[in-house]
Design a protein around this ligand. Structure first.
Ligand code: HEM
Length: 136
């Protein structure tokens, strides 16, 4: 059994489902789930998705460190793409947490803006993932 590949694959499963949760949750809230309770459930899903992305993203680095004793040697575009993903994950998490805490008191327009923001952060991170993958 190739334990290193297994470890990367398990982390990738979490990372892929996390990506699906943040992007899918926001898209669903914007186009299909317009009522308050449904949107709150989606906000929890999106919040959990950002946590999973942060934890599984860090786990990629941890697996590399475990097997090679160092983090992947990346530079230039790959570093920029990684920074973009981290900023998106932090911003998306804060926005979802704010929505869950105070969104009920926001105007309809402001709630809509928050979901558009979540969708944009998810799409940006997903785009950055492609650049990290091929420039790393
Ligand atoms: C703290 C945030 C994040 C970190 C540290 C992180 C880190 C990583 C790393 C190290 C990889 C493997 C790169 C490679 O294959 O060379 C990866 C892959 C990937 N990440 Fe992230 N990531 C983060 C957030 C996100 C977010 C928010 C999304 C999407 C919403 C995302 C989507 C993906 C996808 C789709 C891949 C697979 C790319 C491929 O193999 O084609 N990541 N990520």
């Amino acid at each position: 059994m190739d334990w290193q590949s297994l470890a990367y694959a398990v982390v990738q499963v979490a990372h892929n489902f996390g990506a699906a949760a943040v992007v899918g949750g926001a898209v669903f809230a914007l186009w299909l789930a317009r009522e308050r309770e449904g949107r709150r459930k989606l906000a929890w899903l999106v919040l959990a998705g950002w946590v999973v992305q942060g934890a599984s993203g860090a786990s990629f680095g941890a697996v590399s460190f475990l097997y090679y004793g160092k983090f992947p040697d990346i530079a230039g575009v790959a570093v920029a793409a990684l920074v973009v993903k981290i900023v998106c994950a932090a911003g998306g998490f804060v926005l979802a947490a704010l929505y869950l805490r105070a969104g009920g008191r926001w105007t309809e327009a402001r709630q809509e803006q928050a979901w558009r923001g979540e969708a944009a952060l998810g799409a940006t991170a997903l785009t950055a993932a492609a650049f990290l993958r091929w420039f790393a």
